[in-house]
Design a protein around this ligand. Structure first.
Ligand SMILES: Cc1cc2nc3c(=O)[nH]c(=O)nc-3n(C[C@H](O)[C@H](O)[C@H](O)COP(=O)(O)OP(=O)(O)OC[C@H]3O[C@@H](n4cnc5c(N)ncnc54)[C@H](O)[C@@H]3O)c2cc1C
Length: 499
């Protein structure tokens, strides 16, 4: 045990994209606040934010079909897609601000333009995609989307997927060139380099074991130095629990009432990675399909061109599965350890409700490589086993809670910020749409945790993010401006170039 004790303004737990984003925003707004970071691994962006652990999609609902659901009357609800797209525009603006201010040098090291396509087969799915296209294509946020049922057109767009396809079923796709591939691992590392230059006190190989509130109102963290084994005490006025899958256990330790009756459902992932350069070169897009009946939204594999280590790659997945770990580097006891007296009924209800899902995920874990190749062949009919390797992706811990509509133990698929009533501690739970929406999620957290400062910060936030607090849909001229300027700064494709 060490008697080392420190006091600081802000502690960020975890060195993933969320802490990186919050730390960067706070340093721009109040440079003299002291910030300390504790990360249990040896470097930033090693868990879900790492480029090999997530799919690198700049989620803006251009191709992900689960964000546009078909209503009972047959019409398409696009409200979620619009929200996610607007959130991604916030990220684009903040990243552009960082590039324009020279806080980040080469945007192509973390973001690249890449067409986003949705591809479906079968009459019912084709009809859905057509309606989705009609609902989105007149919306300025989705301008430039094309639709085709013509196999020759599809051959132009996605030759690797169309070559060798023999099915007589109807097929259709939408394509939009303003999609992106984002290397969130590289971005996290860039932001942490920047935070280091700004004198943020960053401690790797330091595990936060416990959190409690002192009588003076400060939060005290028990932190274990994983190299020396010594235990340190660190206090702060504000704590952000950005532990990814590790956030739920820490939130539970804080004991705040807002963290009660919440559970976590871990979903594991696998990618198939192509090692044949000829095959990699034949594809240039992210292509999302439709989830099979009974499959959860995050289990829709997609065929993605990726830019990792500045090299073009081709990944298929993630295949969802079940593992009781909350982090890829976590323990087999994570799930069991998260069951507490206050959430046991919620967890039991979720367990009973999600038997088919759990069964599905366990079956998925058991799939052999050849069975996974069969799924891949639905995308690339001529895929050869020897061209593909399997790599383990990150863990996603979905939130389980009691909701008025879903009842006890309802599984949530979104991201959720849990804040103490006095705003002194906050945790981020959930995984989707995830890293793409980090900036707007962290801005929302700041609004809730620092209501006394937000008005004074607003002019600077608006300088960084001109659309802050404004609905883009109600200001189409702003969409044009933002699309054009951020595309120029980040080297992306603009559908709305100013003329
Ligand atoms: C398979 C998969 C595919 C995905 N695809 C996409 C995608 O295409 N697009 C997208 O936008 N998002 C995607 N996501 C989601 C995205 O990766 C996450 O939302 C995002 O990376 C979460 O960032 P984070 O900072 O909260 O967590 P993480 O990056 O996981 O960071 C949390 C950090 O906290 C540390 N930590 C945990 N507990 C402790 C502790 N007690 N003490 C100290 N440190 C601790 C961990 O070691 C870790 O480094 C995907 C996720 C997965 C798993």
């Amino acid at each position: 045990m060490s008697d080392r004790q420190t006091k600081t303004d802000v502690i960020l737990i975890g060195a993933g994209i969320m802490s990186a984003t919050l730390g960067t925003l706070l340093k721009e707004l109040i440079p003299d606040w002291n910030i300390t970071v504790f990360e249990k691994l040896a470097s930033p962006g090693e868990e879900s934010s790492n480029e090999w652990n997530n799919a690198g999609t700049g989620h803006s609902a251009l191709c992900e079909l689960n964000y546009t659901v078909e209503k009972p009357d047959g019409s398409i609800d696009i409200s979620k897609a619009v929200k996610i797209n607007e959130q991604f525009q916030v990220s684009r603006q903040f990243w552009s601000y960082l590039v324009n201010s020279n806080l980040i040098r080469n945007p192509q090291d973390f973001i690249r333009p890449l067409p986003h396509l949705s591809l479906v087969q079968g009459e019912k799915n084709v009809s859905f995609l057509k309606k989705r296209f009609e609902a989105l294509s007149n919306n300025p946020l989705f301008k430039g989307m094309e639709y085709s049922e013509d196999p020759r057109k599809l051959m132009e767009w996605i030759p690797l997927i169309m070559n060798g396809r023999v099915s007589n079923e109807p097929i259709a796709a939408t394509k939009i060139d303003s999609g992106t591939d984002v290397n969130f691992g590289a971005l996290t590392r860039m932001l942490f380099d920047h935070l280091k230059r700004k004198d943020v006190d960053i401690h790797f190989k330091h595990n936060v074991d416990d959190i409690k509130r002192n009588r003076d109102g400060l939060w005290e963290l028990k932190v274990r130095n994983l190299d020396s084994g010594t235990v340190e005490r660190h206090t702060a006025k504000f704590v952000f629990i950005g532990g990814g899958g590790g956030s739920l256990p820490l939130l539970q330790k804080s004991g705040i009432p807002e963290g009660k009756h919440i559970g976590g459902f871990p979903v594991s992932g696998l990618f198939m990675v192509c090692k044949n350069p000829d095959v990699i070169e034949q594809h240039h897009a992210k292509v999302y399909g439709k989830a099979k009946v009974g499959a959860p939204p995050m289990s829709v594999p997609h065929l993605d061109t990726r830019y990792i280590d500045n090299k073009k790659s081709l990944l298929f997945g993630p295949f969802a599965g079940f593992s009781p770990k909350f982090l890829k580097t976590g323990s087999m006891f994570d799930l069991l350890g998260s069951v507490k007296p206050d959430n046991v009924l919620t967890m039991l209800a979720a367990g009973a409700k999600n038997v088919p899902l759990t069964k599905y995920l366990i079956q998925q874990v058991m799939l052999s490589k050849e069975q996974r190749m069969e799924e891949l062949r639905e995308f690339i009919p001529n895929a050869k086993s020897e061209d593909w390797d399997i790599v383990v992706a990150g863990q996603r811990v979905q939130v389980i809670k009691d909701t008025p509509t879903g009842g006890k133990g309802t599984l949530q698929f979104g991201t959720e910020v849990i804040c103490a009533a006095d705003g002194s501690i906050a945790a981020l739970l959930g995984a989707s749409p995830g890293a793409s929406t980090a900036v707007s999620v962290m801005l929302d957290l700041m609004k809730r945790c620092f209501p006394q400062h937000i008005n004074e910060w607003e002019p600077k936030i608006k300088e960084m993010i001109p659309s802050y607090g404004i609905s883009l849909l109600e200001h189409p001229e702003l969409i044009r401006e933002i699309d054009f300027s951020t595309a120029q700064t980040l080297g992306l494709h603009s559908e709305l170039a100013l003329v």
